[in-house]
Design a protein around this ligand. Structure first.
Ligand code: FS2
Ligand code: SF4
Length: 551
C-alpha cells in the first residue's frame, strides 16, 4: 500500500505497511481500486453528458464513494468491494448507452473498460498513487483528489438536507477525468493542473456556502451557547461526527425514553443551533477531539453513534456499543461495528441503539464545566459594531484564525501553547476540531467578546470567510490580506485540504499551516504555493508569535 493523504502519514512521507490511522493494506488497495473505477465512471459519464445519456445519480454516488475513502471514515473491506462492483456496474450502463451497446472504442482509457475481476487483481503499484511516475504530476493530481474528497464530505451533508448542485457534480466529474493517466483527451499541463486546484478551492467555497445555507435554513443560525461538559444520572447515547440530520433523528426518537443525548468531537457546535436547543435531553458535550475517543468512548458507558469521521479502530471494551451510519464502517474481518442504514426516504431506525442505552450505566464524569460555541457568522456580525470599535480603539490588535483539525501527535501541543501565549488583545477565530487544543483554556474576553470565537465544525470555516470579508468591507480594505488578521491553521485530513484550497482560491496569503506540510506536495508544487501565496509551515511558538503577531 501507499497512502499519504493525511497529516499523520508515516515519517511524513507515506504509509506503506498499515496506516498510522489503522487502515490495513487490503483496505488501502481497495480504496485505490475504487478511485480508479470512479475515474472510469466519470470518463464514461462525461461522454454520456454530451449525448444526454449520463447517469443522473452520478454526483450523489461518487460523493458517497469519495467520502468513504477519506481518512478515518471506513475500515471495512466488504464495503469497498461492494462499492467497486457498483461503480463498474454504473459505468457500464452509461458506457453502453453512449455506444448504443457496441463495444467501446480502442482509445478508451483502461479505467473505462476494465472488468471488476481484472481490477480486483491490480496492485497499489499498478493503479495507486505511486503508479504516477512524475512526482509533480502525482502531487497535483493527488491534491486534487483530496480536494474532491473534501467537497464530497460537505456535499453529502448538504444532500442529506436536500441541497445539491449540478455545477459541483460536473466539477467532480471533470476533475476525476483530468487525473486519468491514459486518457485519449489532451492532458492538462502543470499550469492547468494548478488552475484546477484553484477551481477546486472555489467549488469548496460554494459547497461550504451551500451547506451553511442548508444547516441554518433547517436548524436556525447558531447562537453563542455555553455547553455543559458534565454528565447527568441517566444513561446516554454519544453522537459523534458531523451529520446534523442524524442528530435530529436521534433526538426525536429518544424523546421521553429516559435516555440522554451527548455530543462528541465535531458534533459539539450542534448545541448552538436553536432547533436542537429545544430538546431538553440534549444535555451537553462529552469529551474532546476525535483522537481521544478510545478512553472517552470507554468511560461513556453507553452506545456511541459515529455519523462520519473521525473513527479510530475501536477497543474490545466498547465495540459492542459502537454503531456506525452513513459512509462510516468498521470491520477487522471478524468483528464489525453495527451499521444503521438509511431507509429509502432517508429515515433511520435507531431503536436498537436506544434499547441498548437503557441497559447501560450513566456516563462516568470526566469533566464538569462548560465550553462556549455558536459564534458563526450571524452571531459575530450581530456585534460587528462592537468589534469594529474595539479594533479602532486598539483593544483588539489582531484576529488569529486557528481553525482546522486536531490530531494525536505531541507536536500539536504547540497550538495550546500558541493560544496561551497570544497577547490579551488578540481574538482567536476557530472552527473544526482544532479548537479542542484551546477552547477550554480560560483566555477571557475583550469588552465582552470572548477571546476564542468558535464558529463550529470544520465546514463552518465558511463562517470565518464571511466574517473576514465583512471586516474587509467595514474597514474599506481591498482584501482580507489587508486586515489585522493572520492564519495559523492546523490540518489533518482531506476536508482541511479543501479548506486550504478554498482560502487560496479567495486570494488569502501568508497562511501558516502545521504541524507539518502535506506530504502530497512535491518540492515544485510547494514552491509554487510559496511564491504565489507565501504559504509557510509553523515553527515554534516564540518565532511564530514574532512573525505573526508582534512584528
Ligand atoms: Fe476533525 Fe476529523 Fe472535521 Fe476532520 S473530527 S479531523 O476528519 O472533519 O475536522
Ligand atoms: Fe496513513 Fe493517513 Fe493514509 Fe491513514 S489516511 S493510511 S494515516 S496517510
Amino acid at each position: 500500500m501507499f497512502c499519504y493523504q493525511c497529516e499523520e502519514t508515516m515519517n511524513g512521507t507515506g504509509c506503506t505497511m498499515n496506516g498510522m490511522c489503522g487502515k490495513k493494506g487490503d483496505v488501502a488497495v481497495l480504496q485505490d481500486r475504487l478511485i480508479y473505477a470512479l475515474k472510469g465512471y466519470a470518463f464514461c459519464n462525461s461522454r454520456g453528458r454530451t449525448k444526454d445519456c449520463n447517469d443522473s445519480d452520478f454526483g450523489p454516488f461518487v460523493m458517497e464513494a469519495l467520502f468513504s475513502t477519506l481518512t478515518n471514515v471506513n475500515f471495512d473491506a466488504a464495503y469497498f468491494e461492494q462499492m467497486i462492483q457498483e461503480t463498474i456496474k454504473r459505468r457500464d450502463v452509461v458506457r453502453n448507452a453512449v455506444h448504443n451497446g457496441a463495444p467501446p472504442g480502442p482509445h478508451a482509457p483502461n479505467a473505462a473498460v476494465i472488468t471488476y475481476e481484472e481490477l480486483m487483481t491490480k496492485t497499489a503499484e499498478e493503479i495507486g498513487i505511486l503508479s504516477i511516475e512524475n512526482v509533480d504530476v502525482r502531487s497535483l493530481r493527488e491534491t486534487l483528489i483530496y480536494g474532491l474528497k473534501g467537497i464530497s464530505a460537505y456535499g453529502i451533508h448538504a444532500l442529506i438536507l436536500n441541497s445539491e448542485s449540478d455545477e459541483i457534480y460536473q466539477f467532480i466529474e471533470k476533475a476525476l477525468v483530468s487525473t486519468i493517466e491514459d486518457s485519449p483527451l489532451e492532458k492538462p499541463n502543470v499550469d492547468q493542473m494548478v488552475a484546477l486546484l484553484m477551481e477546486c478551492g472555489s467549488i469548496g467555497v460554494k459547497i461550504m456556502s451551500m451547506l451553511d445555507t442548508a444547516n441554518t435554513g433547517t436548524y436556525g443560525s447558531p447562537v453563542p451557547t455555553a455547553v455543559s461538559t458534565g454528565v447527568g444520572q441517566k444513561p446516554g447515547i454519544l453522537i459523534s461526527g458531523h451529520d446534523l440530520k442524524d442528530l435530529e433523528m436521534l433526538l426525536e426518537q429518544t424523546k421521553g425514553t429516559g435516555v440522554d443525548i451527548y455530543t462528541h468531537g465535531e458534533m459539539l457546535p450542534a448545541n448552538a443551533y436553536p432547533f436542537f436547543q429545544k430538546y431538553d435531553h440534549l444535555v451537553g458535550n462529552y469529551g474532546n477531539a476525535w483522537w481521544q475517543q478510545k478512553s472517552e468512548f470507554e468511560s461513556f458507558n453507553g452506545p456511541i453513534l459515529m455519523t462520519t469521521n473521525c473513527l479510530v479502530p475501536p477497543k474490545d471494551t466498547y465495540i459492542d456499543r459502537l454503531f456506525t451510519t452513513n459512509m462510516v464502517g468498521w470491520s477487522d474481518g471478524t468483528v464489525s461495528a453495527k451499521h444503521i442504514p438509511a431507509n429509502s426516504d432517508g429515515s433511520k431506525d435507531f431503536s436498537e441503539i436506544i434499547a441498548l442505552a437503557k441497559t447501560c450505566a450513566a456516563p462516568k464524569e470526566i469533566e464538569n464545566g462548560t465550553v462556549m460555541t455558536g459564534f458563526a457568522h450571524d452571531a459575530v456580525l450581530s456585534v460587528a459594531d462592537k468589534v469594529v470599535s474595539a479594533v479602532q480603539s486598539g483593544d483588539i490588535q489582531k484576529f488569529v484564525v486557528m481553525a482546522g483539525c486536531d490530531g494525536r501527535r505531541k507536536e500539536r501541543e504547540y497550538y495550546s501553547d500558541f493560544a496561551e501565549a497570544l497577547p490579551d488583545n488578540t481574538i482567536i477565530l476557530t472552527a473544526g476540531c482544532a479548537k479542542y487544543r484551546y477552547n477550554k483554556l480560560d483566555l477571557g474576553d475583550i469588552g465582552g467578546i470572548p477571546r476564542v470565537l468558535d464558529a463550529g465544525q470544520c465546514n463552518d470555516c465558511y463562517s470565518l470567510v464571511v466574517i473576514a470579508l465583512k471586516l474587509a468591507e467595514v474597514f474599506g480594505a481591498e482584501s482580507v490580506n489587508d486586515l489585522p488578521l493572520v492564519f495559523n491553521i492546523a490540518w489533518y485530513e482531506q476536508k482541511a485540504t479543501l479548506v486550504f484550497l478554498a482560502l487560496l482560491s479567495l486570494g488569502v496569503k501568508n497562511i501558516v499551516i502545521g504541524p507539518t506540510l502535506p506530504a502530497c506536495l512535491s518540492p515544485t508544487v510547494l514552491d509554487v504555493l510559496v511564491q504565489t501565496f507565501n504559504v509557510s509551515k509553523n515553527t515554534d511558538v516564540e518565532s511564530d508569535m514574532k512573525r505573526l503577531i508582534t512584528l
